[in-house]
Ligand binder design. Structure first.
Ligand SMILES: NC(=O)c1ccc[n+]([C@@H]2O[C@H](COP(=O)([O-])OP(=O)(O)OC[C@H]3O[C@@H](n4cnc5c(N)ncnc54)[C@H](OP(=O)(O)O)[C@@H]3O)[C@@H](O)[C@H]2O)c1
Length: 264
C-alpha cells in the first residue's frame, strides 16, 4: 500500500482520531487505571471511570478537570452484575455509549491453593474474569452500531506462565482466563469481519496498591519496589496510547512489558 493510499484509508492514524470519543476505564480509583484515565483525558477523550471508592473517583475527576478533560465517575462493585450493567446504561444515557473499553479492574490474593478460601477465589474470579467478560459484552453492544471500537484487557505476565512458589495460583488462573477470553472474543469479531480491535497488555511489576493488598502487608510491597525500578502506571498508559494510535487496519493483539531487572 502506498503512503497516499494509507492516508486515504485512515485519514487520522494517530490517537487524535479518538478525540471527543468515549472511553470507559474500569478500576480507575488507583494505580494503572488512574494513570490510563488521565492519559486518555489528556488525549481529548471523554473518560468514564469506575471502581468502588467514590471519593477516589471524585479526586480523579478533579485532576482530569485541571487538564480540561471531560470525566464521568460511576461508582460500582464489579462483583455484582447489576452494577456493571448500570455503568454502561449511565454512559449510554449521558454520552451515547462506549468506543474504547479499558478492562483493568482486578485484584490478587496471595494464597496457596491448598489453603486458600473459596471466598477470595470467588472475588478474584468475579472481578478479574466475569466482570471483564460482561464489560466486553456490553461494550460491543455500543461499538458494533458505531462501526468502531477498541477493547484493551489488562492481563499480567502471570497470564502467560504460572509464577511457581509465589502462592499466586488462582490469580494466575484468572489472568490465563483473560488471555483465553481475549483470544476467543478476537475470533468472534474476526469471524464477523468486525472493525473492533481487541488486545491484552501484560505487565510485570508495576508500583501500585495492588501489592500491599495482595500481600496484606505494606512494608513487603515497599521492599519489592526497592529491589528494582518498577514500572509506573504511566508506562502502561503509554502502551494504551500507542495501541490507540495505530491505523485502523493494524491490530496488535498482545503486548508484554517488564521492568529491566525483573527475573520472572
Ligand atoms: N501492579 C502490578 O504489578 C500489576 C501487574 C500485572 C497486572 N496488574 C493488573 O493491573 C490491574 C490494575 O491493578 P493495579 O496494579 O493498578 O492495582 P490497584 O491500584 O489495586 O487497582 C485495582 C483497581 O481495581 C478496582 N477493583 C478491585 N476490585 C473491584 C471491585 N470489586 N469492583 C470494582 N472495582 C474493583 C479497584 O477499585 P476499588 O478498590 O475502588 O473498588 C482499583 O481501582 C489489575 O487487573 C491487576 O491484576 C497489575
Amino acid at each position: 500500500m502506498t503512503k497516499e493510499n494509507r492516508d486515504a484509508a485512515d485519514p487520522l492514524p494517530g490517537i487524535s482520531k479518538w478525540k471527543n470519543e468515549v472511553a470507559l476505564v474500569t478500576g480507575a480509583s488507583s494505580g494503572i487505571g488512574w494513570g490510563i484515565a488521565l492519559a486518555l483525558g489528556r488525549a481529548g477523550m471523554k473518560v468514564a471511570v469506575t471502581g468502588r471508592r467514590k471519593e477516589q473517583l471524585e479526586k480523579l475527576l478533579a485532576v482530569l478537570n485541571d487538564y480540561e478533560g471531560e470525566g464521568l465517575a460511576i461508582p460500582a462493585d464489579f462483583s455484582r452484575e447489576e452494577d456493571i450493567v448500570q455503568v454502561f446504561e449511565r454512559i449510554r444515557s449521558e454520552w451515547g455509549g462506549v468506543r474504547v473499553l479499558i478492562n483493568n479492574a482486578g485484584l490478587g490474593y496471595q494464597e496457596d491453593l491448598a489453603q486458600g478460601s473459596a471466598e477470595s477465589w470467588r472475588e478474584m474470579l468475579n472481578v478479574n474474569v466475569l466482570a471483564l467478560t460482561l464489560c466486553m459484552q456490553e461494550a460491543i453492544k455500543d461499538m458494533e452500531p458505531a462501526g468502531a471500537g477498541q477493547i484493551i484487557n489488562i492481563s499480567s505476565v502471570a497470564g502467560h506462565r504460572v509464577p511457581l512458589g509465589k502462592q499466586f495460583g488462582m490469580y494466575s488462573a484468572t489472568k490465563h482466563a483473560v488471555k483465553a477470553l481475549t483470544e476467543a472474543m478476537w475470533g468472534e469479531l474476526a469471524a464477523k469481519g468486525s472493525p473492533i480491535k481487541i488486545a491484552t497488555i501484560s505487565p510485570g511489576l508495576v508500583e501500585t496498591e495492588w501489592h500491599a493488598k495482595a500481600f496484606a502487608d505494606e512494608a513487603r510491597a515497599q521492599q519489592r519496589f526497592a529491589e528494582i525500578q518498577s514500572l509506573q502506571p504511566e508506562d502502561i498508559a503509554d502502551v494504551v496510547c500507542f495501541l490507540l494510535s495505530t491505523p485502523g487496519h493494524v491490530q496488535i493483539n498482545e503486548i508484554t512489558l517488564r521492568p529491566i531487572g525483573q527475573k520472572d
